[in-house]
Every structure is written in C-alpha cells, then in structure tokens.
Design a protein around this ligand. Structure first.
Ligand SMILES: C[S@@+](CC[C@H](N)C(=O)[O-])C[C@H]1O[C@@H](n2cnc3c(N)ncnc32)[C@H](O)[C@@H]1O
Length: 298
C-alpha cells in the first residue's frame, strides 16, 4: 500500500505480529498517514489513533472516513503525545486493549513538507517540531546552545563522530548572522567535513539533523515514558509492537522488553528484530533501517 502522505513500513508483518482479532480494540500510537490503522480496522479491529501532529489527524481522518466509514467500522482519532498514552487512552475509553503499535519517527509527509524544516535540502526555516504546541525549534538549539552543548547533542543523539569540527563551524558561522534555514545549516556542515566525508553514502548533515529532530521533539524520553504505560493498557495476551528507525530508539524498546521479560510480565515475541524484505526496501528506501520488535503481556 502506498500513498502520497506516507508509505507504511512492515505493514503486513506488523498486522501479523499484533495478531489483530475481530472486535478487539487497538491503539495506533503513531497514526501518521493512517496506513497501519486502516489495515487494523479492515482486519476487524477497533482503533484509537494518536498523533501529536494535527496534519496527520486531518489527513487520516479523511482517509479513514473514505476507506472505513464509521457505522460499518469503528475508529476514533485523538491529538496528543504518546508520552501521555495512559491519559489519552483513558479519555477515549480505550483502557484494556488487545494491541498497541508504535511506528516511530517522522512520516514522509513531515520530511517532505519544506516548511516543517526536517529536510536538509530545503530552503526552509529550521523548525522540526512535530507538534505546533512545542516551544523550542531546531533554530533555537542551533543558535542558542554553546559549542560544548552542540558537540554533546550531535554525539549522543546523532552518533556523529565529527561533532567537534561541525560544532566549531556552526559557532563560527553564527557570529556573522543566525543560522535560520535547513539548507544553510547543511552547507555549513558539508564545508566543515573533509573531502572523503563529502562523498559518504549519506549526506554529512544526516546525523546532525537526526540529533536536532530527536531533541526538539524529546523523542527518546517520550518513548521511555510511553512503553510502561502501554504495557499497563494491555489485556493479558495483548501485544505491544514497535517499529524503530535508529539504534537509540531500538535500544530503548529492546531493553524494555528484556526487563519485562525478566520480571515475568511479558513474553518476547521477536528474539531478533523483524526487518523489511529486500523488495520492500527497493520499493520504499525509507524502510531500510526499520526494526520491529514485539511482546505479549502474560
Ligand atoms: C512513521 S510515522 C507513522 C506512519 C503510520 N504508521 C502510517 O502508516 O502512515 C510517525 C508518526 O508518529 C507521530 N509521532 C512521533 N512521535 C510522537 C509522539 N511522541 N506522540 C504522538 N505522535 C508522535 C509523528 O507525528 C508521525 O506522524
């Protein structure tokens, strides 16, 4: 299934791992373009879709109204941060569900909409907020953090090994004028790395942009808060499924499953993570770094 908003990753595999059953309730904690939600609903599940991005809710609301009209199908959408999944689910009457899906990160729509500021090849404001309610933008971080803080940010959240030279180049550039635009920051980074780095398989700005995005949206803390609450919302036999796109997220999911397996609360359903097939990656290159893990509540 492809659509102009976002092509769902590991769609068939996620629905199988969730073990969707007719008449049971599911939470899609990262609604996005609604691809996973639509598949759960069509498999007979009742869905609560959550997203912190109003554009995702607007798009998916229209999509699901057409594909799964209410009356024939049951679903409800709510705006919010999955870090507060317990409250959101309670408000929507969705406590005690049979499955919860997290398909982490950003959607293709967010990445490709220039003015959202996620993409380094766009002449757009350095924004990167998934929700308009967030106060701090990537521009604030790039211009406001000191050199040491930038180094730490790029190293810890981007895994960038050239953090020092990149942070130094940013601090030099911003003495003349603030760094406002995505492509402006990407050019500063490109110029700061040695020639070999310029021809790496990924653009040299990729890891810095990842770090900024994670920090602006507090992605790791939200995930850490969400997982225990999600487990609390599951019925016995209910399943938690998470698709992550970088090692920091995957580590949080993996450690959580291990900890809860050790305490006897869940069964781990995926010893090694499920990854997309070669065919899926060829058709949708954004799927290439996806790793899916699942667990069942005892
Ligand atoms: C990869 S997309 C999901 C795509 C979706 N599964 C589909 O099939 O179209 C991730 C979505 O999660 C949302 N998101 C990320 N972090 C969130 C959070 N903490 N709370 C709520 N939504 C979040 C993003 O706004 C984005 O729309």
């Amino acid at each position: 299934m492809t659509n102009e908003y976002h092509t769902p990753v590991l769609l068939k595999e996620a629905i199988e791992l969730l073990n969707v059953k007719k008449g049971e309730r599911y939470i899609d904690a990262t609604l996005g373009g609604g691809g996973h939600s639509e598949a759960i609903i069509k498999a007979g599940g009742e869905v609560l879709g959550i997203d912190r991005d109003p554009e995702a809710l607007e798009f998916s609301g229209k999509r699901l109204s057409q594909a799964c009209p209410l009356g024939a199908f049951r679903w409800t959408l709510i705006e919010g941060n999955f870090g507060q999944i317990g409250d959101l689910a309670g408000k929507a009457g969705f406590d005690q569900v049979k499955g919860i899906l997290f398909d982490l990160g950003v959607s293709s729509h967010q990445l490709e909409t220039g003015e959202r500021g996620f993409s380094f090849n766009k002449e757009a404001d350095l924004d990167m907020r998934m929700s308009p309610g967030l106060k701090v933008t990537a521009r604030d971080l790039i211009n406001g953090l000191n050199e040491g803080e930038l180094i730490e940010l790029f190293t810890k959240l981007g895994g960038e090994h050239r953090s020092r030279s990149i942070a130094a180049a940013i601090c030099r550039a911003r003495t003349t004028s603030p760094i406002e635009k995505c492509d402006q920051l990407a050019t500063i980074i490109l110029k700061s790395v040695p020639a070999r780095g310029k021809y790496d398989r990924t653009h040299p700005a990729t890891r810095v942009f990842q770090a900024l995005r994670i920090a602006v949206n507090d992605e790791l803390n939200n995930l850490k808060e969400a997982l225990p609450s999600a487990l609390g919302l599951l019925k016995p036999g209910g399943r938690l499924v998470a698709i992550s796109f970088h090692s920091l997220e995957d580590r949080i999911v993996k450690d959580f499953i291990k900890e809860k397996e050790n305490s006897g609360e869940i069964n781990n359903l995926t010893g090694s993570p499920i990854t997309p097939s070669r065919e899926e990656v060829e058709a949708n290159p954004r799927a290439r770094s996806a790793k899916m893990r699942g667990a069942e509540k005892k």
